[in-house]
Design a protein around this ligand. Structure first.
Ligand code: MG
Length: 235
């Protein structure tokens, strides 16, 4: 419970390449799901970096010559969820938590006034499967979060997560008290457009320089310096 006068921070974590690495399973799940959804062999996956799953799904359908109608999108959504559900154990053995992630999640979970959720392009069900497989869900409130099936535009996910947090916790989180943590220039740009704070981590495909160029004031090489990260979150 957050006391009324306590400084409040809503921390919204990106998942892939920020908290964890899927060990190539993100692509393989599409290789399994596409034939199941459209009855054609897998050809190509859309660029996934920083995008929402609805966005990736629509483009992947087009790359297979399928018009991304609501029906076609929901067939691929469902096939993807089925693939992750069937592949839970495989995911748990192949994926890994990135260095420092578990420790900082645990420390922040114990910080007064800090509330942690996720802001991810992943489908809600898939996000949960990934986090549970690696034992990270215990530190996060997956209700005060936003997902790739909430909206096709990642920018909209910020307002959705803040609204959910305000409703669930019965207290508002100001934009200045909302902190996105992610690994792509897209995460940074989303935070800037939404007017919230951002901490970028260069544990994905983007370098420190690329994340700075996107406009991030705070860029870390990884999550191993727990004290520094907690200080940045406190602001
Ligand atoms: Mg990411």
């Amino acid at each position: 419970m957050i006391a009324p006068n306590e400084p409040r921070r809503l921390v919204l974590w990106d998942i892939d390449h920020t908290l964890l690495e899927s060990g190539g399973m993100g692509r393989e799940m599409y290789e399994r799901a596409v034939p199941a959804a459209i009855g054609r062999p897998f050809r190509q996956l859309a660029d996934v970096s920083g995008r929402t799953e609805l966005d990736i799904i629509a483009e992947t359908l087009k790359l297979h010559g399928v018009e991304p109608t609501d029906a076609a999108v929901s067939r691929l959504v469902n096939a993807l969820i089925d693939s992750y559900e069937a592949g839970r154990d495989e995911f748990a053995s192949r994926a890994r938590v990135l260095p420092g992630a578990r420790e900082v999640l645990e420390v922040l979970a114990g910080e007064p006034g800090v509330h942690q959720g996720v802001l991810t392009g992943n489908l809600r069900t898939v996000a949960r499967i990934k986090l549970v497989a690696l034992g990270l869900e215990q530190f996060l409130d997956l209700e005060t979060s936003a997902y790739g099936d909430d909206h096709v535009d990642r920018v909209e996910l910020v307002a959705i997560a803040r609204e959910r947090a305000a409703r669930q916790l019965d207290t508002p989180f100001a934009p200045a008290g909302t902190v996105l943590i992610g690994d792509t220039p897209r995460d940074v740009i989303v935070a800037l457009i939404a007017g919230v704070q951002v901490i970028a981590v260069a544990t994905g495909r983007s370098s420190v320089e690329e994340l700075e160029a996107a406009g991030a004031g705070n860029v870390l090489t990884d999550l191993t310096n727990t004290d520094q990260l907690v200080r940045l979150v406190r602001g």
